[in-house]
Ligand binder design. Structure first.
Ligand code: AMP
Length: 202
């Protein structure tokens, strides 16, 4: 069993890598951004509310994020022992604490937090490039993209200290090619799996 958080700023490649890791390690992929965009596509009033935050580069408030996730888990029940890769969640300290509580009830804690380091100008240009084809309104406007980076620095990056204190936080260079970053991530995951297996045998 493997529970991982893929951590890093918007545009650091979390989504791309999460899809590849999901296939390689047979994981469930949970991306709150994707869950929110699906809700917006359904044209519900909840979707409208989510969109009003996302379009401004702000985080969706925790209470609303928890509400959407609860209903998502209500509809997509997780089997125990299905490994999960979290992408874009948690983004705040209350989210990280709620996730720890949820996973400790399943007795399946996060094993490793893999953080992709990419320089800010590089992620901004990657997002603007993605905006030409992604259809995401929050990818098209540089002011909004920079705002998302500021929100990341102020509200999300502090989680690095939270997971460092749990001895789970690992930083990796996210500026290589997709395959180079994927190899580096896979190597860390293989090491984590080997450590977990040897601890289970003791
Ligand atoms: P992403 O697809 O992960 O880049 O997320 C797109 C947008 O969705 C973010 O800029 C936030 O507005 C919102 N969002 C995604 N995940 C979260 C989360 N865990 N907490 C709050 N807002 C989120």
């Amino acid at each position: 069993m493997l529970n991982i958080i893929l951590f890093g700023p918007p545009g650091s490649g979390k989504g791309t890598q999460a899809l590849k890791l999901k296939l390689k390690y047979a994981l469930i992929h949970i991306s709150t951004g994707d869950i929110f965009r699906a809700e917006i596509s359904s044209q519900s009033s909840l979707g409208q509310e989510l969109k009003s935050y996302m379009d401004h580069g702000q985080l969706v408030p925790d209470e609303l994020t928890f509400r959407v996730l609860k209903s998502y888990f209500g509809e997509n029940e997780l089997q125990k022992s299905q490994g999960i890769i979290f992408d874009g969640f948690p983004r705040t300290l209350p989210q990280a604490e709620a996730l720890d509580t949820f996973l400790s009830e399943r007795n399946e804690p996060i094993q490793v937090v893999l953080s992709l380091l990419v320089n800010e100008d590089e992620v901004v240009s990657r997002i603007m490039l993605r905006g030409q084809t992604s259809g995401r309104s929050d990818d098209n406007d540089e002011t909004i993209v920079r705002k998302r980076m500021q929100v990341y620095r102020e509200q999300t990056f502090p989680l690095a200290a939270y997971y460092t204190s749990q001895k789970k936080y690992v930083e990796l260079n996210g500026e290589g090619s997709i395959e180079e970053v994927f190899t580096a991530l896979s190597n860390h995951i293989d090491r984590t799996l080997a450590l977990t297996e040897s601890a289970d045998m003791v």
